[in-house]
Design a protein around this ligand. Structure first.
Ligand code: S5P
Length: 321
């Protein structure tokens, strides 16, 4: 019998004897049919799906165990938001005016656990923006994620994180960090500060042709294990469920895998962005999806956010909870 990963569905591939196989149905498809026909229960479907997800290891912790074992307070907050809001949707709100930003944020706020900012995109930024953002975040139980992608020597990133006009360390629950400069970047960001901000490290990017290799991803994860006080997890994209699973299996269980490049309608944006579907991302082990244009550029961001949230949470409950 050949076990076929869902990501191969509808595609042709060669088996080890050189025969072309055409994948029509996956084990997951069959399980879903059995559940629809009431031949197995939802619990059985979930248990077998989890078993398959983790390469038949069956050893991964469930959501509650991961939350319990998690020592990083910022990561715990994110786990708790997921539980409270029954959502694993992060909105990437890459618009360029304050008005647009808050109009969309208020429309979608009940559906998201976190808003990801690129604060330097705003053309009318003033410190009042942060005051307002913090208030809305508190009112709607949303965390704030500044996607600054720090990538310099320790001394420089410290200034970029704490200083300038943005003073990110005062308000961001999370930031993103590239590990290209090595571990010194984490010392620069976190030594001798009382910041509550925690980091997500870029482990695999969605941009086509990016230079991150599997070995680089592994090294990033190894460094993160030593700095778990300040690291909440990883940004990780995979074109297929299988690619994501390979990454997920290297990640410590209490850390989170957030996946950008998720879109229900597009496969790319003509500028190198690549997209994966919600189901594939979550089946691959993604804990939360990051969606930008799929929501904020939609005719009705609120109903789109609801759709993304419901689909992503359903997949999470089925395969990852
Ligand atoms: O590999 C990555 C990492 C990130 S953080 N690919 C990404 O697209 N991102 C960010 O996710 C990117 O900077 C943007 O803010 C968001 C994706 O936006 P979308 O409009 O393509 O969904």
């Amino acid at each position: 019998m050949v076990l076929i990963d869902r990501s191969y569905r509808g595609k042709e591939f060669l088996n080890e004897n050189g025969f072309t196989l055409h994948a029509i149905l996956t084990i997951s498809d069959i399980l879903e049919i059995l559940e629809e026909e009431k031949l197995i229960t939802k619990d059985q479907l979930n248990a077998v799906s989890r078993f398959l997800l983790y390469d038949v290891s069956g050893k991964r912790l469930n959501f509650e165990q991961r939350l319990k074992g998690c020592k990083n307070p910022a990561t715990r907050k994110l786990y708790e938001r997921m539980k409270e809001k029954q959502s694993n949707l992060i909105l990437s709100l890459d618009v360029d005016t304050e008005k647009e930003f808050f109009t969309i944020l208020e429309q979608v706020s009940t559906h998201i656990i976190m808003v990801k900012t690129h604060i330097d995109i705003l053309k009318d930024f003033t410190p009042d923006f942060i005051t307002k953002l913090l208030r809305i975040a508190a009112d709607y139980n949303i965390l704030i994620f500044e996607d600054r992608k720090f990538a310099d020597i320790g001394s420089t990133v410290r200034k970029q994180f704490q200083g300038g006009i943005y003073k990110i360390s005062n308000w961001a629950d999370f930031i993103t960090v590239h590990m290209v400069p090595g571990p010194g970047i984490l010392n620069g960001l976190f030594d001798h500060t009382k910041t509550k901000t925690s980091a997500f490290l870029l482990a695999a990017m969605s941009a086509e042709g990016n230079l991150i290799t599997e070995n680089y991803s592994r090294r990033v994860i190894e460094i993160a294990k030593k700095y778990d006080k300040h690291i909440s997890g990883f940004i990780g994209f995979g074109k297929t469920e299988h690619d994501l699973k390979k990454l997920k299996n290297k990640i410590p269980e209490t850390m989170l895998l957030l996946t950008p490049g998720v879109n229900l309608e597009q496969t790319g944006d003509g500028m190198g962005q690549q997209y994966v579907g919600i189901e594939e991302a979550v089946r691959g082990g993604s804990d939360a999806i990051i969606v930008g244009r799929g929501i904020y550029a939609a005719d009705n961001p609120a109903s789109k956010a609801k759709e993304y949230k419901e689909k992503a949470w359903k997949a999470f409950v089925t395969y990852n909870l």
